[in-house]
Design a protein around this ligand. Structure first.
Ligand SMILES: Cc1cc2nc3c(=O)[nH]c(=O)nc-3n(C[C@H](O)[C@H](O)[C@H](O)COP(=O)(O)O)c2cc1C
Length: 235
């Protein structure tokens, strides 16, 4: 496998840091190739604006998707974005490693998506989305640390079901661009559990990343299941 890990945690000694360390070591030892974008260590700029481009479609009014479509035809993406796009096209498996912050991505990872996942047929668009997306054939998985216990994100839990919390990422970003989405790997309250529990999580994570190529994926309906108003057809 060619695995691309996008790592979004400011502290190398965090549990997220330990997880990316375990994944990288286990995958390489098994003969797989691994590339890590450690967004904080890279000083990745998450601000999406004209700096995304070397080209300008309209100097008077900034419409990001129009600029993306223009740049897509002219190789007009800034070098830091182009490098991340190249890694996405290189990989067959994407892992997003992040702590759940305000029920979603840390801003640096949201900014990475805002800037790198460009329209105009580069990462999506021109009819390329969902099961006809650019990344069909590739797999992706969220690897997430959370602050609270599992019960808190259960069906009736206080913070709402984890599948609903992660739907915008799994469906709205990963499946949207064509990835087959592997069930997320979730670590509950790593700061509050005993060290042997943490070691168990890391051992399970090692097995998960080694098996990611054949792990079950979330079965979302394909485009043909929706009508012309993008509403699920009922039989
Ligand atoms: C800005 C911020 C927002 C957070 N929001 C959430 C949240 O919405 N849900 C949650 O379960 N934990 C939340 N937490 C707790 C972190 O998810 C938790 O501390 C982290 O996952 C622990 O793992 P780590 O060692 O990898 O940082 C938040 C923490 C911070 C700093």
């Amino acid at each position: 496998m060619r695995v691309f890990v996008v790592h979004a945690h400011p502290e190398p000694k965090s549990f997220s840091g330990a997880m990316t360390g375990v994944a990288t070591e286990a995958l390489r030892a098994a003969g797989h190739e691994v590339v890590v974008s450690d967004l904080y260590a890279m000083g990745f700029n998450p601000i999406s604006d004209r700096g995304n481009f070397t080209t300008v479609a309209d100097p008077h009014y900034y419409r990001q998707t129009d600029e993306e479509a223009y740049a897509a035809k002219r190789d007009g993406f800034a070098a830091d974005i182009q490098q991340e796009m190249d890694k996405l096209f290189w990989c067959d498996t994407l892992i997003l490693q992040f702590p759940l912050w305000w029920v979603g991505f840390p801003a640096i990872l949201k900014g990475w998506v805002d800037r790198v996942f460009a329209a105009g047929g580069r990462i999506y668009g021109n009819g390329r989305w969902y099961d006809q997306g650019i990344f069909v054939g590739k797999r992706a998985m969220c690897s997430v640390t959370l602050g609270g216990p599992e019960s808190m994100v259960s069906e009736d839990g206080l913070n709402g079901p984890i599948d609903s919390l992660l739907f915008p990422i799994n469906h709205g970003i990963l499946y949207f661009t064509g990835f087959s989405v592997v069930d997320p790997f979730l670590v509950y309250a790593p700061a509050r559990i005993a060290d042997d529990e943490r070691q168990k999580y890391l051992a399970r994570y090692r097995e998960t990343v080694l098996g990611i190529g054949s792990a079950p994926t979330i079965q979302y309906p394909g485009l043909e299941a929706y009508d012309s108003n993008f509403v699920l057809k009922r039989a």
